[in-house]
Design a protein around this ligand. Structure first.
Ligand code: NPG
Length: 378
């Protein structure tokens, strides 16, 4: 008999620099984390995970409150009785949630916290579980929208000095061709450069977006609304700047549909957005089989999410640098050891599970709310 309790903790970590996209500005990362705690014959094991939901449905349909109520009222009750014969496995959890439509972020939060606990019980790292060799991962930096071009250039210059080898510029109508041109003129044509619109354009803007083709970008990410797969396919059919999907991909089915429609030349995989690391790996697999490069997206993760995303990004289809920057790009203080850039790359920790020793004092200091929910015995 194993006793299972799950803590939902909402944290607020101040950002070292405000992060503005076409969707708005954040000055702190408001993040929901789950702590999976199981107490059985072998003692207590804990696993941690974080999710990508925001306070508002800014990037994804699920909000932090949605995830909280789905976890406490829908998902955890479905686990009742499952730990009677021993610790719950990720497979058991997936089976219990199979009848729940949607809610990938909520399902992924619990699955990832359990996966961390399960791997710690087995003494296995997430890198080894995902079946990839541990190696340094080339990473990039995502640059928010500043007030003016001079500020943008000074930010990019600083990030290049820090060692980043790929730059992603956030764009929006009125802030697209000019900043891209300015960065190209200042830093040259060899800088791996890409742009991300976060759904800010419509199909009527295809002629405008075509002007970006002149700048040799690696990709343009999510120019149109998430359901506009046909518009993305129309843009991709021009064979100009490669088209990358992010917010459109909430599941493995979404990825397969996008590939079939020709709506994605490249896919940004954000594990939390698609329901966890197993689904993320499946999306990686289907993209690899279809010749679609992928990169690991980011949502200003804490050490827990950053370590997990680095582990995923060791898979062979992740041929493009991910949005997985060093800790100092985001936070002055994190809830785990800092990730430092070496030669433009980061390395996933090698310890069991995510490999992150969660700093409970820091967690406490950043907590804005917390609640425990117990998995019933029957
Ligand atoms: O390095 O974590 C990072 C940021 C990468 O640009 C990034 N993330 O639209 O992909 C995005 C954006 C994002 C941030 C999305 C926060 C959702 C929340």
């Amino acid at each position: 008999m194993t006793r299972i309790d799950i803590e939902l903790r909402r944290l607020e970590l101040p950002l070292v620099r405000p992060f503005r996209t076409s969707k708005g500005e954040e000055t702190a990362r408001d993040v929901l984390m789950a702590r999976w705690r199981e107490e059985g014959p072998d003692g207590v094991i804990e696993g941690w995970a974080e999710c990508a939901a925001d306070a508002e449905p800014t990037y994804f349909p699920e909000t932090i409150n949605d995830v909280t109520s789905c976890v406490t009222e829908v998902l955890v009750p479905r686990l009742a009785g499952l730990a009677a014969a021993g610790p719950l496995t990720v497979g058991g959890l997936r089976a219990a949630f199979a009848s729940v439509p949607g809610h990938p972020i909520a399902r992924g939060l619990l699955e990832s916290a359990l996966l961390d606990a399960q791997l710690r019980r087995h003494g296995m790292s997430l890198v080894d579980f995902l079946g990839s060799a541990r190696r340094p991962i080339a990473v990039g930096v995502s640059v928010g929208i500043p007030g003016d071009i001079d500020t943008l250039l000074s930010w990019v210059e600083g990030y290049l000095r820090d060692g980043y080898r790929r730059v992603k510029l956030k764009i929006e109508p009125g802030w697209d061709v000019a900043p891209v041109r300015a960065v190209r003129e200042a830093f040259g044509d060899d800088l791996p450069l890409q742009v991300d619109a976060n759904q800010a354009y419509s199909a009527a803007d295809i002629p405008l977006l075509s002007r970006l083709d002149a700048f040799g970008l690696l990709l343009i990410e999510q120019p149109f609304a998430r359901h506009e797969l046909l518009a993305h396919a129309a843009l991709a059919a021009r064979h100009g700047t490669p088209v990358c999907l992010d917010e459109s991909i909430l599941s493995l089915d979404d990825a397969m549909t996008a590939i079939r429609l020709g709506a994605a030349d490249i896919v940004n995989i954000k594990p939390s957005r698609v329901g966890g690391y197993l689904t993320a790996r499946s999306i990686h697999d289907v993209c690899l089989a279809n010749g679609i490069p992928v990169f690991c997206g980011g949502t200003l993760e804490t050490a827990v999410g950053r370590a997990s995303n680095l582990a995923l990004a060791t898979l062979p289809g992740f041929t493009l640098p991910g949005d997985i920057s060093a800790t100092s790009r985001y936070f002055a203080r994190d809830i785990g050891a800092s990730f430092e850039l070496v030669d433009g790359a980061l390395v996933a920790p090698s310890g069991p599970g995510t490999g992150v020793d969660v700093d409970l004092d820091a967690v406490e200091d950043f907590t804005t709310s917390a609640q425990w929910v117990s998995v019933g015995s029957a």
